[in-house]
Design a protein around this ligand. Structure first.
Ligand SMILES: [Zn+2]
Length: 301
């Protein structure tokens, strides 16, 4: 029992002496002892264990570098996404402004044509009134009833024409009023959008300057990790990242599942990952998997 306690406190010590290695060996903290025993080869010679420890340390360093690399690259991705979305917002505003300007312009043209229409109807009324006057004068000089009645019919017709024109004028005046109101609304909106655009544009400039500085720092940090990763692995990392929708090539085990594709990782596979003896990828999505120990060690720094 005392031996077990010693084992559990061991992972805190970073560089165990060679003799302690045997005791520290099962690094996986939470895995049950019997299962770990199944993974470890039966009673290896001390010499071999030391060699294995070196492999383990190397793999651990690589895993930590890979996980760090992923964290920096993900932050760079995030910055680029934010910066990429702002120009889209500006574009949306510019499009909206063009739309509003077109609307104001169209309403202006409509108003012109409605006003023209009103003027025409007013002209018609004037002409009808003149005709009525003319017919009434003619009625004074008719020779018979037939002529008189015929003129009366003409007068009646022109009176109806006047009524119709007046009705149209009223309708047009109403639509004129509406169009003027719509223009007012559109113009107010236009003013607001133009102000928004101004704000967005200056925001964009600020964010670009600000994030470029941050991004440069992250790129430097990202590149620093490369020295601890073999070229072959680095190429693989970049390939997986390019193909992954979320840009994740290195993921944690989360709730017994791959943090990238969320497929369950079999317990044996999880144990292999915890052993840090080699780089292990998700059998479903191909992403490089790390356990919490590696992830926590990186997150702390
Ligand atoms: Zn996966």
């Amino acid at each position: 029992m005392a031996k077990t306690t010693k084992k559990e406190s061991a992972p805190a010590a970073k560089k165990p002496a060679a003799k302690k290695v045997a005791a520290k060996k099962p690094v996986a903290k939470k895995a049950p002892v019997e299962k770990k025993a199944a993974v470890i080869k039966p009673k290896p010679a001390i010499k071999k264990e030391v060699a294995e420890e070196k492999v383990e340390q190397k793999v651990e360093r690589t895993l930590m570098a890979l996980y760090s690399l992923q964290q920096f690259d993900s932050q760079i991705d995030k910055i680029r996404i934010i910066r990429g979305e702002l120009p889209l917002e500006v574009q949306d505003l510019e499009d909206e402004i063009v739309g509003l300007e077109t609307r104001v312009n169209n309403h202006g043209q409509d108003i012109e044509s409605v006003e023209k229409n009103i003027k025409e109807k007013q002209e018609n009324i004037k002409r009808s009134l003149e005709l009525i006057k003319k017919y009434e004068d003619q009625q004074m000089n008719v020779r018979n009833n037939r002529e008189y009645d015929s003129l009366s019919k003409e007068i009646e017709f022109q009176t109806l024409e006047i009524q119709l024109a007046e009705k149209k004028i009223n309708e047009n005046k109403l639509s004129l009023e509406n169009k003027k109101q719509e223009i007012e609304v559109s113009e107010t909106m236009l003013e607001e959008r133009k102000k928004d655009l101004e704000v967005k544009n200056s925001e964009l400039t600020d964010i670009v300057t600000e994030t470029e500085k941050e991004e440069d720092g992250l790129i430097t940090m990202s590149k620093k990790q490369h020295s601890d990763i073999e070229d072959r692995l680095l190429t693989a990392y970049q390939r997986i990242r390019k193909n992954a929708r979320n840009g994740l090539a290195v993921v944690k085990i989360e709730r017994d599942a791959c943090g990238g594709c969320f497929n369950k990782i079999p317990p044996q596979h999880q144990l292999d990952i915890m052993m840090h003896k080699k780089i292990i990828v998700c059998e479903y999505c191909g992403r490089i998997l790390v356990d919490n120990e590696i992830a926590n060690a990186v997150d702390v720094h």
